[in-house]
Each structure stands twice: as structure tokens, then as C-alpha cells.
Design a binder for this molecule. Structure first.
Ligand SMILES: [Zn+2]
Length: 87
């Protein structure tokens, strides 16, 4: 699986280094074409469990739609790995 990094963070990390050739690395990094990716939204299943044709459905904390629970929200695509918040 491909991994993506933020160019600004990479540039900040390199700029903090004291190594020869740093400016060349920065130049190459600035010339790499950006990948067509969107930031991952993180959510969790909230509220009451609802039976939906034999499957369990709950409310998504991001889009607030009730959907069958899965690793990702089928409605908004949020990754459902956000930790529970104690209230
Ligand atoms: Zn959602």
C-alpha cells in the first residue's frame, strides 16, 4: 500500500538538518508532482445500535447518517478508528 506524506512537513524536516546537499534535496522535493489524494477523515460509530435487515447499523460521528457498521462509513468514507471520548 502506498504511503503519502505532506510536502511542507518533509521540507521542514530537511530544512532543520545540517547536512551537505540539503538545498538539492529540497529542490528535488519541490519538483515532485503532487499525488491525487484527500486527507483521511476519522470517525467512530455512535448512538444506539439499530438492526438493519439482520446487520447492525449505527450513527457515523462525521456525517451523522445511520449506516451498517464497517471499517469505513459507507456514506462519507470516514475511517472509523477514532477513539471513544469519555464524557
Ligand atoms: Zn459518515
Amino acid at each position: 500500500m502506498a504511503e503519502y506524506i505532506e510536502r511542507d512537513r518533509a521540507l521542514q524536516a530537511i530544512e532543520g538538518m545540517k547536512r551537505p546537499g540539503k538545498s538539492l534535496v529540497i529542490m528535488y522535493l519541490q519538483e515532485i508532482k503532487a499525488a491525487d489524494v484527500a486527507p483521511v477523515r476519522h470517525g467512530r460509530w455512535i448512538g444506539e445500535e439499530v438492526d438493519f435487515h439482520g446487520s447492525t447499523a449505527m450513527e457515523c460521528s462525521c456525517c451523522h447518517k445511520v449506516r451498517i457498521i464497517d471499517e469505513y462509513c459507507p456514506n462519507c468514507g470516514a475511517k472509523m478508528d477514532e477513539k471513544d471520548v469519555m464524557t
